[in-house]
Write a protein that binds this ligand. Structure first.
Ligand code: C5P
Length: 410
């Protein structure tokens, strides 16, 4: 599988201001470059107290700028030259002092000067605040943050937790991987802005006794990728997840459940509040008819126990049968005759779209290929039927869903 380069072709000015979180900016730079971006680092004098320009130069493979008097620029206008090339300026860490300067439009050193001089329409400003919790909570900082947001800046974070000063609270810079996810999301088209989407993902676990149960090989990766892609596209996303070991995509509200019944209870009563419901979960069709209160012991038993099974409720069919259902998308994991089975499922569940995939080839895997089936026909994602990573597929499927939602409301 080829590596996804989410920031290929993007040029980012990464600005560092004075704060201990500067040590994380080296890792952030590395991640931005690995994602395909070219990165121009600009540092304030205070930032250089925390990390050297040499580190940032080596990682970006470019000279680092820190002075508006830099003689390397022939026209002596680093603030103009650097910001005209950029697709975004990302300040990480953004100190309380630097945000205060931005709020006032001050420009007494290169980084604040280039923020002021950048073409705001084409070069957005992203700020990752990093400071002590009292500094972050101070009315002056909150006033300045509100001002820079009103002026068009986007605030990423801050995070919550342990601080270098020993205190605990709001104000930590987001982790480099989180910032990368936010920057990538920032550049995605907002085809689902203002929409609410509900997803199920992962397997269910149907208990036999307190230590055993029936489950399946679903990893939840496709559902989590779809939830991420929908959030990147600007949707308000809720994810009902079965037992999986996956981090929650940024900006997604996640609720964990175990059994099909719990998933049903988490989904069906609230489903009409959403514009679309996407059922990617591999829900167990049956569960043990009765749950043993204690572990079923092997000792003293001559014959193996047998289990009576009872059918689980069908979550997708129940949502589709609601009086004013959201736009419903089901998944079909098959081992053969994908199109035939997907079409049959479309009819049986009475949903407008079924996405088929080959179960054994997708479970746990990082890539996949999909067959999208609706009343109009069918098409492969990607078009040539090859395998691509699940986030790329998820973005393509989100575009398809967004088109259908907007033609519904048009
Ligand atoms: O019923 P079947 O497993 O063939 O259909 C799969 C689709 O139905 C998936 O979208 C799955 O999430 C959904 N489903 C459900 N509740 C069930 C069984 C399947 O929502 N009990």
């Amino acid at each position: 599988m080829t590596e996804r380069l989410d920031l290929q072709g993007r040029h980012i000015v990464l600005g560092l201001t004075g704060g201990i979180a500067c040590y994380k900016s080296a890792e952030l730079l590395r991640l931005l470059v690995k994602a395909g971006a070219t990165v121009q680092v600009v540092m304030t004098a205070a930032a250089e107290q925390f990390i050297t320009p040499v580190t940032m130069q080596a990682l970006s493979n470019r000279n680092v700028y820190s002075s508006q008097w830099d003689a390397r620029e022939p026209n002596a206008m680093a603030h103009i030259n650097l910001s005209r090339e950029a697709d975004a300026v990302l300040i990480a860490p953004a100190s309380a002092d630097f945000i205060a300067k931005l709020a006032q439009g001050r420009a007494d050193e290169l980084l604040s000067l280039l923020c002021l001089a950048r073409p705001a329409e084409t070069c957005p400003l992203l700020l990752a605040p990093a400071m002590n919790r009292e500094m972050w909570a101070h009315p002056a900082t909150q006033r300045n943050v509100a001002q820079v947001v009103a002026d068009g800046a986007r605030i990423l974070g801050p995070g919550t937790g342990d601080q270098a000063c020993g205190e605990v609270g709001d104000g930590r810079m987001l982790e480099p991987a989180e910032l990368l996810e936010d920057v990538i999301a920032f550049f995605q088209p907002k085809s689902l802005a203002g929409k609410r989407l509900l997803f199920t993902a992962g397997p269910t676990f149907e208990s036999i006794d307190p230590v055993r149960g029936i489950t399946n090989h679903s990893s939840g990766k496709m559902g989590f990728a779809l939830a991420r892609a929908a959030a990147e596209a600007g949707a308000d996303v809720t994810l009902i997840a079965g037992p999986v070991h996956l981090p929650t995509p940024r900006g997604v509200k996640r609720f964990n459940v175990q059994s099909a019944q719990q998933m049903f209870d988490a989904v069906v009563p609230q489903a009409t509040q959403y514009d679309a419901f996407v059922a990617t979960a591999a829900v167990a069709d049956w569960r043990p008819a009765s749950l043993s209160e204690h572990k079923i012991k092997k000792e003293g038993k001559k014959v193996a126990p047998t289990f009576e099974l009872t059918e689980n409720p069908d979550i997708l069919a129940a949502v589709a049968a609601l009086p004013q259902p959201p736009y419903c998308v089901g998944f079909a994991a098959e081992s053969e005759n994908l199109l035939e089975h997907a079409r049959a499922k479309l009819q049986r569940k009475r949903v407008p779209m079924i996405v088929g995939n080959l179960g054994p080839a997708t479970f746990g895997s990082d890539d996949n290929s999909l067959l999208l089936v609706d009343a109009q026909g069918h098409r492969a994602l990607p078009e040539d039927g090859s395998r691509v990573d699940k986030l790329t597929l998820a973005r393509a499927l989100v575009r398809e869903i967004a088109q259908r939602l907007s033609s519904q409301t048009a």
